[in-house]
Design a protein around this ligand. Structure first.
Ligand code: ZN
Ligand code: ZN
Length: 481
């Protein structure tokens, strides 16, 4: 599902000596006193509503935060002020520049004998335009890919597919691939517009947006996701006979914009130059208020940092919370962060991102190499009372952690229950009322315990600079964005 990142996971498990040719480092360990402090921190965080109040503040005062918009700029100012209000020792921003995409209006109608409206939403990156044409339906992306060259000339391509529900959200691999590759594939075969069943698991009457991208040399076409019931309705109509549909989208790229990664630090007491990075993304799509994606992650990680900051004594290392800019349109903030901090990979002891909604955390895993596995197991034991199982050897870093992990930063994953995530993800229903405050507190407790223990650890977690990967164009986001 995320090949580059999976490669990082494999490399992370290689023996240290194989990677460096040097003698293996001393085993890392967590001081007994830190384990006692972490147990207290866990209970304090479980009883705190701080993550909820932060998430409520962001989603209420700012609302949706489409990258590059006026609201996005207000979110940056909000994050800076919130870090300060929460007592972070150092707060700053780092600029991120990217193309800006805007949505103005969207509509679709079946024409002719069965005339009726269809509910849909434009995909991010779609151009605007009005198209009236006959619809050709494909069951799955492979069927569209198999269509002969030129066979879609003058038509609207419609890709239907099944997206199963699961705790890990694995069905999204299918949906996000249709969204990422469908439009450019249809355009290359001559289609005038692209429609898809949404990359979601709900049966509500709205589409799921999300970024798509067109290959070099392909002329972009208006592209949108129907709602699931409308995709089913269109399928039934097509069974009756040919259908002409009018798709009218007013949206598109509109110059460039600059936003900011916003960073807050709780300064370490003994090794302040060494950083434990936790974070989430500050931007969101425009249809809901970006509560589960990713206001919750902002609330969880800011609260975790703030609760560590309130301890009588700061841990040895610095805890850095990053609110990443523009994750949704291609990890633009995370890429800028990785480029700016490329020379500090070894000083980033570990990174973890919360970007999979607000469900309870059920599993913990990391890239810890052999010499850090005893410390890793101690962290897992400290998380156990939160109902979190140690799942070594599973998962991969969160999306915004990926670019630093590719350069050699160690990562950890606190896996959230995503059973309902794709009912809400990138829709008008992504709003605060969908979040369970108790589950949010459990998340904040887990991030606080994890970050505090790594920040207090003797020894490292395996971060070591790797040869830089060949720069690649921003990919189509593949998961949970
Ligand atoms: Zn998203
Ligand atoms: Zn996200």
């Amino acid at each position: 599902m995320r090949k580059a990142v999976m490669a990082v996971a494999v490399a992370g498990s290689l023996a240290w000596s194989t990677m460096t040719g040097a003698a293996p480092p001393k085993p890392s360990s967590i001081p007994e006193r830190a384990l006692g402090q972490a147990a207290q921190l866990r209970e304090t965080a479980l009883a705190s509503d701080l993550a909820w109040r932060i998430t409520e503040s962001l989603t209420t005062e700012i609302g949706p935060r489409l990258p590059g918009t006026e609201a996005d700029a207000r979110a940056v100012a909000w994050a800076e002020a919130k870090f300060r209000e929460l007592g972070f020792d150092r707060v700053w921003t780092e600029p991120v520049t990217f193309p800006k995409w805007v949505r103005r209006s969207e509509r679709a109608d079946v024409l002719g004998a069965n005339a009726q409206p269809l509910a849909l939403t434009a995909l991010g990156g779609s151009p605007g335009g009005t198209v009236e044409a006959e619809v050709v339906r494909f069951q799955g992306l492979a069927a569209l890919e198999a269509a002969p060259a030129g066979s879609l000339a003058g038509k609207i391509a419609f890709v239907d597919f099944d997206m199963p529900r699961s705790r890990e959200g694995s069905g999204y691999a299918v949906g996000s691939k249709v969204r990422g590759r469908g439009p450019t594939t249809a355009a290359a075969k001559g289609a005038l517009a692209f429609l898809m069943r949404p990359a979601g698991t709900d049966s509500h009457r709205f589409g799921h947006t999300g970024i798509t991208r067109f290959d070099e040399g392909v002329t972009p076409i208006p592209s949108a996701a129907l709602s699931a019931p409308d995709a089913q309705q269109l399928t039934r109509l097509l069974a009756l006979g040919p259908q002409r549909v009018r798709v009218a989208l007013d949206c598109g790229w509109d110059g460039t914009a600059t936003s900011h990664n916003v960073i807050g630090e709780i300064r370490g007491s003994r090794r302040p130059d060494e950083v434990v990075l936790i974070g989430a993304h500050l931007d969101s799509w425009d249809l809901g208020t970006g509560a589960i994606d990713d206001g919750a992650g902002i609330g969880i990680t800011m609260a975790a940092g703030a609760l560590i900051g309130r301890l009588p004594k700061a841990p040895a290392r610095t805890v850095r919370v990053v609110a990443f800019a523009n994750e949704e349109q291609g990890l633009l903030g995370a890429r800028a962060y990785a480029a700016r901090h490329a020379n500090a990979v070894a000083r980033h002891i570990v990174g973890a991102e919360s970007d999979f909604g607000a469900g309870r955390i059920y599993g913990y895993s990391s890239s810890a190499p052999a010499h850090a596995q005893a410390a890793d197991a101690a962290i897992a034991r400290a998380l156990e009372p939160l109902g979190i199982a140690h799942m070594p050897g599973t998962g991969s870093p969160g999306p915004d952690i990926g670019p630093m992990a590719q350069q050699g930063m160690a990562w950890a994953r606190l896996a959230q229950d995503g059973t309902d995530y794709f009912d809400l993800h990138h829709t008008a229903d992504d709003t605060l009322d969908k979040i369970d405050p108790a589950a949010l507190a459990q998340n904040a407790a887990a991030y606080a315990v994890f970050a505090y223990l790594v920040a207090s650890m003797d020894g490292d977690f395996g971060s070591a600079p790797r040869p830089r990967p060949v720069p690649q164009p921003a990919p189509v986001p593949a998961r949970a964005r």
